[in-house]
Design a protein around this ligand. Structure first.
Ligand SMILES: O=C(O)CCC(=O)C(=O)O
Ligand SMILES: [Fe+2]
Length: 279
């Protein structure tokens, strides 16, 4: 499996991109509309947030899931025993956020959400009829007025050598949501599992924006769009002393949306968060 970038501006971008999502659960977009200066600014300002003790004032709320998740509660990926080496902040427009950082995140949230909505409309347009027939409503209406779409500012601290021997920055997992939009992080480390069961390094330059299918779209499409397994590996050598920051946007439907005979978005999310140990 090769990761081929699709040109967002190309005439047939929608078709090529959805083909990639179907084949691999994964898509790479070049010439995408996300602004590098905005993302770089967020990385810089949030490094400051994670380096300060101010973060302790924003400890996450178990019921609403907004705020700061310290390394001590950070997720244990499904099927794993050891916690990931990471801390993160969950931003929702209705949620808590330091005043000085809010506008920038709000701007990015809006831009990434618009892109996600466009990409979801591409998925809808190019879903075969037998797959569309499974959708309880058009994909685009599943996200209408959703307040569950989540922007995660994710910080992987420098390694100290005191980590649990088998712990990695993010153990192999699949995302829970419909689609994930992931601009390049400030350091490499992201890998995606290929169909052949090997790990591929994901390009880490701003020109390539990563999109992957989450379990909710896999569930709603009866597996036509597979959610991809991915992970973040630990840096080696001198890079161990570097932090890594990334900024996934997880596109979520409204909680009432029926995904399949088994699940609404709400029942599915609750089951998954319990497995992750964060509720
Ligand atoms: O940090 C990354 O590059 C990926 C993060 C991720 O996969 C996640 O938070 O679900
Ligand atoms: Fe992920």
């Amino acid at each position: 499996m090769k990761l081929v970038a699709v040109d967002y501006q190309a005439k047939n971008a929608d078709k090529l991109f959805v083909e990639s999502l179907h084949q691999t659960g994964f898509g790479v977009l070049k010439n995408h509309p996300i602004q590098q200066s905005l993302v770089d600014g967020i990385y810089k300002n949030w490094q400051g947030f994670f380096d300060s003790q101010e973060k302790q004032q924003y400890l996450f709320d178990k019921d609403t899931q907004d705020g700061y998740f310290p390394p001590s509660v950070s997720e244990t990926a499904k099927g794993h025993k050891v916690k990931d080496i990471k801390e993160y902040f969950h931003y929702y427009p209705w949620g808590r956020c330091p005043d000085a950082l809010r506008q920038q995140l709000a701007d990015y949230y809006l831009a990434a959400n618009q892109l996600a909505a466009t990409l979801l409309s591409w998925v809808e347009k190019h879903s075969p009829e037998s797959v569309s027939a499974r959708y309880s409503q058009p994909l685009s209406s599943m996200i209408e007025n959703s307040d569950k779409t989540l922007l995660r500012v994710l910080h992987y601290p420098p390694l100290t050598g005191g980590e649990e021997p088998s712990a990695i920055r993010a153990a192999a997992h699949e995302d829970i949501n419909l689609l994930t939009i992931l601009p390049a992080a400030n350091e490499p480390g992201l890998q995606v599992k290929s169909k052949e069961d090997t790990w591929l390094d994901v390009p880490c330059d701003f020109g390539n924006l990563i999109v992957n299918i989450g379990d909710m779209l896999q569930e709603a499409s009866g597996g036509y769009f597979p959610s991809t397994t991915h992970r973040v590996v630990n840096p080696q050598g001198a890079d161990q002393s570097k932090s890594r920051i990334s900024l996934p946007l997880f596109l979520h439907p409204r909680p009432d949306v029926v995904l399949s005979e088994r699940h609404t978005a709400d029942s599915y999310l609750t089951e998954r968060l319990r497995e992750l140990g964060v509720i």
